[in-house]
Design a protein around this ligand. Structure first.
Ligand code: ATP
Ligand code: MN
Length: 153
């Protein structure tokens, strides 16, 4: 069993909740000398619509989306490196909870740090559906940073 999380996965949907989870992970990584992987899952359900794969505007849209995601994650990763934390990025297509647990297994991460909520959900539910499924199914421990968490100095 790993006591110290050497490799921490931070899945982000670019919401303020995920940003808070990242801030938490940065504190942990600094204290424990861990490395971080930032992951975004592009939820490409539209690909399942018949005929969509031959739709040129859809490809342009996906390409631009990938480009924006990549630049944003790389910017975040640079901030990590500036803070002395080794970081890398991952961008995959699929169903978010599923890809998060797949990447956690494939990259052999020790801990997932994620938000309790995200961009699409209702703040009054206890946990978003992605957070809830990752907690249940992940191959490693999961730290869910709560919306109401006190952010210490
Ligand atoms: P729901 O999606 O069920 O409507 P929600 O959007 O409020 O609810 P979740 O999607 O469960 O809540 O988000 C919780 C956390 O999961 C986010 O803070 C983020 O860390 C992670 N997450 C959610 N979606 C993605 C995604 N597409 N890629 C990577 N991480 C994600
Ligand atoms: Mn969501």
């Amino acid at each position: 069993m790993t006591i110290i999380p050497h490799h921490i996965l931070v899945p982000t949907d670019f919401s303020m909740y995920a940003d808070r989870a990242l801030a938490y992970a940065v504190r942990l990584a600094t204290a424990l000398q861990s490395r971080l992987t930032l992951l975004h899952v592009i939820h490409s359900t539209l690909l399942e619509v018949p005929g969509m794969e031959t739709e040129p505007t859809y490809h342009t849209y996906l390409h631009e989306l990938e480009e924006t995601v990549s630049q944003t994650l790389q910017g975040m990763c640079q901030q990590l490196r500036d803070a002395g934390i080794p970081g890398d990025i991952a961008i995959v297509h699929g169903v978010p909870y599923h890809e998060i647990i797949e990447i956690a297994a494939a990259k052999n991460v020790d801990l997932i740090v994620m938000g309790s909520h995200g961009r699409t959900g209702l703040a009054h539910v206890l946990l978003g559906s992605v957070a809830e499924r990752v907690v249940r199914l992940a191959p490693c421990s999961v730290l869910v940073v709560r919306e109401t968490e006190k952010q210490g100095a």
